[in-house]
Design a binder for this molecule. Structure first.
Ligand SMILES: [Zn+2]
Length: 241
């Protein structure tokens, strides 16, 4: 069964890396999972500061700013399990995952379901525990990822797939792009009151993630596209913005 075992306290903390990356640290009072460690050093610092044991790494896709720290972490913590998309090739040993797979992390008593969400890359996956979605560079707060080795059609369908999850799902994306994304969305629709409210809400926030699917459905222009053509046009406009 996907989800948390009740009566256990799980924390999800951001570890900041590079310019605007978030490496997510999921933990209880002893054990932890790391999502997309682009860099090992800030991860090791956080684990040592919080006195946590690392049991697993989750990879959403193959870009360097999501996997750059894996080899060093594997060396330092040789017993960890590394999960990654089946459709990608990695130089580190990993357990490969495809759509519908379920993984169990006994040290945290959590199960995750794997959802394939290609588009940004052709192999991109998300990890979902029925409350929280770790979606890498697919859905951003008020935006979505660029199309690299996937296709517009894949991204459009992946965003539809995410949109169908429960509205209270928390969205843990991998970059802090929210303010720039809201500015772009407002440039298209300056009178949108939901966007104006969201702009005001985040104006004094440094870390705006997680977002919720409900908020994204209200304000994210990429989730409002009702055709692939409209999505392509919007993605092109954002790429040129
Ligand atoms: Zn990426």
């Amino acid at each position: 069964m996907t989800g948390y075992k009740e009566n256990q306290l799980i924390h999800i903390d951001p570890i900041e890396a590079f310019q605007d990356n978030y490496i997510w640290l999921i933990h209880n009072d002893q054990n932890s999972i790391i999502v997309d460690p682009g860099d090992a050093e800030p991860v090791i610092n956080a684990l040592e500061r919080k006195n946590l044991n690392l049991v697993a790494i989750f990879i959403t896709h193959h870009h360097a700013d999501h996997i750059g720290g894996v080899m060093a972490l594997q060396e330092k913590y040789p017993h960890i399990k590394i999960f990654a998309p089946q459709k990608d090739k990695y130089e580190f040993v990993n357990i490969s995952l495809k759509n519908g797979d379920e993984i169990n992390i006994p040290a945290l008593q959590i199960n995750y379901k794997i959802i394939e969400i290609p588009g940004h890359t052709r192999g991109h996956i998300a990890y979902y525990d029925k409350k929280n979605l770790f979606c890498g560079d697919t859905l951003f707060a008020c935006g979505c990822g660029k199309i690299f080795d996937g296709t517009h059609e894949q991204m459009y369908n992946s965003l539809k797939k995410i949109s169908a999850l429960p509205k209270d799902t928390k969205i843990y994306c991998a970059h802090e792009y929210t303010k720039k994304n809201i500015t772009f969305a407002l440039s298209l629709d300056p009178d949108d009151t939901n966007l104006q409210l969201r702009k005001a809400l985040v104006s004094n926030m440094k870390n705006t993630i997680p977002s919720s699917l409900e908020e994204e459905l209200k304000t994210n222009p990429f989730l409002k596209c009702t055709s692939l053509e409209a999505f392509k046009r919007l993605r092109d406009l954002k790429d040129q913005y």
